[in-house]
Write a protein of this length. Structure first.
Length: 299
């Protein structure tokens, strides 16, 4: 998959109506790789298909595959789930949205339009006011892929107001990250800045170090977009330092790219070449890949 981190929000949750195993849920909050391993072990051990436990495990499986950028395996599981005649509403919404995103990454316009239509049809039958807040965030996030950023903001602002003083940092970090992303796409960088800061503050309270690192990257990027380059440089370097212990190849790749752009502007050839050598162009979006090629050709 080629995507920007600002487009990527993995929402690890299960509706309260589903029976949840504490060890699975805790693992999935902390580490998507271990989450996927544990979930697939449970599935192979004989979780009965089409039971509440099986639906829950499939939900966590597709979330982990998406976060870990395992596009082929994700496609296989989504095909399996889309072949079922009925799914719980919250899982159905997740499947449609991830199917649409996966189709976009594969440049399959026909499938993308099909799953987009299915998502909207399903949402028309649901009441936004009573919808699980994480599902509402998921639906709002989908509007980033539709380039309808203002609609996404309109979906999230009531949630932000409702949960502003709530102790649920897992929920708030997702709300603030999405609001930061949407304002960024609208080039409202001054609006995005405090949202990214709040997302990072809430993510620091989470055990999910991958998400925390992503929000810290967004803070650095926010500084960079506002022209605060020295602070952005400092944070990007801290992100890379912390990534060595955590392991987050997408964040690592993007941080090296952002630093390469900065050092090119500073005409610091030594540092520019250091970071250019660390970039995997296959993991860059089309737009960033073009910029990367310009950097390579110019140097």
């Amino acid at each position: 998959m080629n995507y920007l981190v600002v487009l990527f929000i993995a929402l690890f949750y299960c509706p309260k109506s589903w029976t949840a195993s504490a060890d699975v849920e805790n693992t999935c909050q902390i580490n998507p790789k271990l989450c996927l391993k544990l979930v697939e072990e449970r599935l192979k051990a004989g979780a009965e298909p089409k039971t509440s436990e099986w639906y829950r495990l499939k939900f966590l499986q597709i979330q982990s595959l998406f976060e870990l950028d395992q596009s082929q395996s994700l496609s296989n599981v989504l095909t399996e789930l889309n072949s079922l005649s009925t799914l719980p509403t919250f899982l159905q919404l997740k499947v449609y949205i991830l199917s649409a995103k996966n189709a976009m990454f594969r440049n399959n316009v026909e499938d993308f339009e099909s799953y987009k239509s299915k998502t909207f049809t399903l949402m028309k039958a649901l009441n936004l006011e009573t919808l699980d807040p994480f599902s509402r965030i998921e639906y709002a996030n989908f509007h980033i892929y539709l380039n309808d950023y203002q609609k996404g903001i309109e979906l999230l602002l009531p949630l932000e107001q409702k949960f502003r003083n709530h102790p649920n940092f897992e929920l708030k970090k997702a709300i603030y990250t999405n609001l930061g992303n949407m304002n960024t796409h609208l080039k409202l960088y001054k609006n995005a800045f405090p949202y990214y800061q709040l997302a990072f503050e809430n993510a620091q309270l989470s055990l999910n170090k991958h998400y925390m690192l992503m929000t810290y990257y967004n803070v650095a990027r926010s500084h960079q977009m506002l022209g605060l380059h020295n602070e952005a440089e400092r944070i990007f370097l801290e992100v890379l330092s912390e990534e060595k212990a955590i392991g987050h190849p997408v964040i690592k790749n993007l941080s090296h790219f952002r630093l390469a752009v900065y050092y090119n502007e500073q005409t610091d050839q030594a540092k520019l070449q250091t970071h250019l050598k660390q970039i995997d162009p296959s993991k860059l979006s089309t737009q960033l890949l073009e910029h990367y090629q310009q950097l390579i050709n110019a140097n």
